[in-house]
Design a protein around this ligand. Structure first.
Ligand code: ATP
Ligand code: MG
Length: 256
């Protein structure tokens, strides 16, 4: 049984089928990259896995347990954490509070403690702040933790999102184009971080256009084209796969 198992996903918007019979598995400590031309259905497939969209067909299981149709918060609680292609931070909230929002709380705070600001409440507030700063650090955040997220430079906002996903203590980390807009040094930091995360047994599912990064990091690559998975294998095989080359050339032709 796989950690994450996706079977025969299908998602349509009106008459347009954007994910068409997609299946894949993910094991602990595995890095699977999902690649494909723009509009191939990569983000839509992610959205089906994380509960943002409900697929019309197919199943998603974590440790064999079906999660299809559960709300995103429940799916996150089962160990799937993600970042978004278009960042989704609370812009008015500080960087550290955004990360605190992602923290996996082992014990829910009793309303009583919260209302009366008991010592137990204050201790747990302090701990969550320390943890948030820890994850900001791990994600390579260099700004002021108290600054409103919406006022941060783009690269720092991405790190806050990453920190928030890490703070959830995921078993599967889903990253939607994590290298987009990063400079060379930031990209190296990202590679190091993803390797570190993987070394703790976390599985990484990563949508990425940067082929250098994909070839460098991924154990396996799944290729989507017009909603269908056209290839799935080790990076070296994918690089020379004719169907994959055709999909990208077709895309280039269309763009030309
Ligand atoms: N909410 C929606 N309503 C209607 N169509 C949608 C919606 N979301 C996505 N689509 C369409 O689904 C198709 C796949 O989009 P998706 O965002 O999944 O592609 P992608 O592979 O992530 O592309 P990119 O590399 O550009 O991020 C596109 O044709 C897109 O216009
Ligand atoms: Mg996308």
């Amino acid at each position: 049984m796989s950690l994450l198992s996706v079977r025969d996903l299908r998602l349509s918007f009106g008459g347009l089928t954007v994910v068409n019979g997609v299946s894949f598995d993910l094991e602990p400590a595995e890095i699977l990259a999902v690649i494909g031309p723009n509009g191939a259905g990569k983000t839509s497939a992610f959205n089906c896995v994380t509960g943002v969209y409900r697929p019309q067909r197919g199943s998603v299981t974590v440790d064999g347990r079906p999660i299809t149709g559960l709300p995103p918060s429940r799916i996150a609680g089962l160990g799937l954490a993600r970042t978004f292609q278009n960042l989704r931070l609370f812009p008015a909230m500080s960087a550290e509070d955004n990360v605190r929002a992602g923290l996996h709380r082992a014990t829910r705070q009793a309303l009583w403690d919260v209302l009366l600001h008991t010592p137990r409440y204050r201790r747990s507030e302090r701990e969550s702040l320390e943890q948030a700063r820890h994850w900001l650090d791990v994600a390579g955040y260099e700004g002021d933790p108290g600054q409103p997220a919406g006022t941060l430079p783009y690269g720092e906002q991405r790190r806050v999102e990453l920190a928030r996903a890490l703070a959830a203590g995921p078993r599967v980390l889903l990253l939607d184009e994590p290298a987009a807009g990063l400079n060379h040094a930031e990209r190296s930091g990202l590679v190091r971080l993803i390797r570190e995360v993987r070394s703790t047994g976390v599985a990484v599912l990563m949508i990425e256009h940067d082929m250098g990064l994909v070839l460098e990091l991924a154990d396996r690559v799944a290729v989507l084209d017009r909603g269908r998975k056209i290839a799935d294998g080790p990076p070296d095989e994918i690089r020379t796969d004719q169907a994959v080359i055709d999909a990208y050339l077709g895309d280039a032709d269309a763009a030309a």
